[in-house]
Design a protein around this ligand. Structure first.
Ligand code: ADP
Length: 391
């Protein structure tokens, strides 16, 4: 099955074309456009390019298009992208202004350009559909809850893949199968011992998710991607009382406060150096105290969430690192794992130092719980979910 995975930004369109079958899949073509003002033109150009390059004989060969949508009002999961999906995206355009309008427009355009293809949306919130009410509700007035303010969670495609792959690597095929079929069958009981994972997606934006028997029990991100860990430029968790106080005291508008919390906060705001952990580590190593603080605050926040989920699950069987910092940042991983031996987590310093962007178990051999590095490949994850949904 040929599946096109469309990545739509406010002015960009990137795609990967996958050939998928029951045993996996491969990328057969990829491409992209920047400074896009009209999706119709670039989508048709991409299809013409695939034909001209001999990748497809006709656009009709593309059986499905997958969209990694972020969040929808009153809609989540892995769903056929139809008018209800577009309405859900537009209903939360104000919450995800950089993501929802492009996806709503992109889905509309693909329906015209590829009328025979099945369009499938995988919401980033999908993995958290089964978290408990007590965990996803904020203590806010009912009127606020009624307009959809609650904890949703993001990076769902990435964390769900970790749920599958960590179980495979730990020999828990029973749990891996539950995780793989989660969006088809929902959660299913495990007959043996529980399998408890904490997944750390640490990249330009980051989140930590607790996963029990293949299903998320909660995550660090909440209503919007502004929450949880400090992100590259985004604030992460902040007391709601800080915003009115800063606005009044600094004399800034709501729009300006929002801009500063989105663009000038997080690792950049704390370090004053960069939004990239590599630059910040370098500055910290050469004695910059603000850079040191940024690194320490990130590690502190990661550990805070790991602790929360370990407690809720009654322990941990695998701690997983993924995405740019998780895959490459041996020093971040070491700092996160420091002193966790009492919880059965023994990091092997040599294996950790040697692991860069490859799949590896970096715990010591006798460690009771595993420490895993699993590279993220969100496009492939999307292609797999679309394939599962349609086959
Ligand atoms: P995004 O969330 O933007 O998709 P990625 O998962 O690609 O992000 O991660 C990007 C981040 O990964 C960068 O901001 C950078 O801080 C970090 N990163 C990339 N390479 C390395 C490296 N070699 N060592 C440490 N961190 C790295």
């Amino acid at each position: 099955m040929l599946i096109l995975v469309a990545n739509l930004g406010s002015t960009s369109f990137k795609y990967r074309l996958f050939r998928m079958d029951g045993s996996g899949g491969e990328v057969v073509a990829k491409g992209g456009y920047e400074r896009v003002s009209d999706y119709a033109g670039v989508i048709d150009d991409a299809l013409a390019t695939l034909q001209r390059d001999g990748v497809i004989a006709s656009p009709d060969e593309i059986e499905a298009v997958g969209f990694k949508t972020v969040l929808g009002k009153d809609l989540s999961g892995c769903v056929i992208a139809d008018q209800a999906t577009i309405d859900a995206l537009e209903g939360f355009a104000a919450v995800a202004p950089a993501h929802n309008p492009p996806y709503a427009n992109g889905i509309r355009q693909f329906a015209k350009s590829l009328p025979k293809a099945k369009l499938v949306a995988l919401f980033e919130t999908a993995f958290y559909q089964w978290t408990r009410e007590a965990s996803y509700n904020y203590a806010i007035p009912k009127a606020w809850r009624d307009i959809g303010i609650r904890r949703y969670g993001f990076h769902g495609a990435s964390h769900k893949f970790i749920a599958e792959r960590s179980a495979e690597l730990c020999g828990r095929e029973d749990v891996a199968e539950i995780a793989r079929r989660l969006y088809l069958d929902g959660p299913r009981p495990v007959s043996g011992k529980p399998f408890r994972v904490v997944s750390c997606h640490l990249g330009g934006s980051s989140s930590v998710t607790g996963i029990l028997n293949g299903v998320s029990i909660g995550t660090s991100m909440g209503f919007s991607p502004q929450s949880g860990l400090p992100q590259n430029n985004r604030v992460g968790d902040l007391d709601s009382g800080a915003i009115p106080y800063a606005m009044r005291t600094l004399g800034i508008s709501l729009d300006e406060a929002e801009r500063q919390l989105t663009k000038e906060s997080g690792l950049l705001g704390l370090s004053g150096v960069s939004n990239d952990i590599r630059d910040i580590n370098e500055a910290a190593a050469s004695g910059n105290p603000d850079a040191r603080l940024a690194v320490d605050a990130l590690v502190h926040s990661i550990r805070h969430w790991i602790g929360a989920f370990m407690l809720e699950m009654g322990g941990i069987d695998a701690l997983v690192f993924t995405a740019g910092i998780g895959e490459n940042g041996a020093d971040t991983r070491a700092a996160v794992c420091a002193g966790l031996e009492g919880f059965g987590l023994h990091l092997d310093p040599a294996k950790n130092a040697a692991c860069r962007a490859t799949e590896a178990d970096i715990a010591t051999d006798p460690s009771a719980a595993r420490v895993l590095v699993i590279p993220a490949n969100e496009e492939l994850v999307l292609a797999r979910e679309v394939f599962r949904k349609l086959s």
